[in-house]
Design a protein around this ligand. Sequence first.
Ligand code: PLP
Length: 350
Amino acid sequence: MSFDLNNIIRDNIKKLVPYSSARDEFKGEASVYIDANENSLGSPLRKWYNRYPDPLQKQVKNKLSEVKGVPAEHIFIGNGSDECIDVLIRAFCDPGKDNIIICPPTYGMYEVSANINDVAIKKVPLTPAFQLDLPAIEEAVDDQTKMIFICSPNNPTGNSLERDDIEVLLNNYFGLVVIDEAYINFSRFRSFTQELEDYPNLVVMQTLSKAWGLAALRVGLAFASVPIIEIMNKVKPPYNINQASQDLVLQALEEVGQVNDMIKEIVSQRGELEKLLPTLAVVKRVYPSDANFLLVQVTDANAIYNFLLQEGIVVRNRSSVTLCEGCLRITVGTAAENEALVKALKKYAA
Ligand SMILES: *Cc1c(COP(=O)(O)O)cnc(C)c1O
């Protein structure tokens, strides 16, 4: 069976008449705006936010298009990647009927979002080398499997998934292949955003929360074919990206150079930790990483986690996660933060 968007969209969404906002119904320039029940007098702030924001974030998308090398009509902006995930599931998965495939250990929100929407989850664990288990995925796919979530570089393991394996899925699977590239800026490998023309079933997700240093603004991105983006736009809340976020993102997108410098620094610090950590008595293994964190297997994850907390250092305890026995996930910090971590781990061993 080959991919046909019409076969996988939910019937109610196909028929859905989306909310038509005041800004949708009048798009021109006027001198008096009394169509949206806004407060024409202003806001109790120096900068005014009294007008509803652009529901389709055109300015931001045009700038993103330049930065990412993807035409604006292939871009969806969500209130964090979390909203992109939720919108995809709500647009394509019938509650109580359809299912999705996820490949643990992986990001937790795919499962939570599916659960919230009463969509079944089929778990096909990664191999011990943290790669896709293609035969097992093929086995798991059934007629109701609407999408497969792939995270590359993967959270919490840090590695990239084999490009050839992802391409096998893109070429053979009749549903959506959603590739979460939250950590792509720290990776040696190239993004799938340049492959949209080749794969009508491809959705690539990225975020401004990691390399761009804008986690608090809540801006997640999805790149896909125009018909998929149109469906996502129909389903999302009309004004999902607030004006303050749109303004600040526009400013930030002018600073590609600064962001690239931060990425270089983080990758360099990651390299330092990759060299240093294995020399410590408490560290059994440091997994290779294409992300801004390291998965580190230690002698006693729970005890070390608690000790680090006492020292004022909080890491993520992943020791109870499939294939991550004894592991802590440690975000690469500033040089000083990383030094504090190493010092504390030495103190624990002593
Ligand atoms: C951090 C992270 C995100 C980002 O989510 P936002 O909602 O955009 O902040 C997305 N996917 C993965 C795998 C992540 O680790």
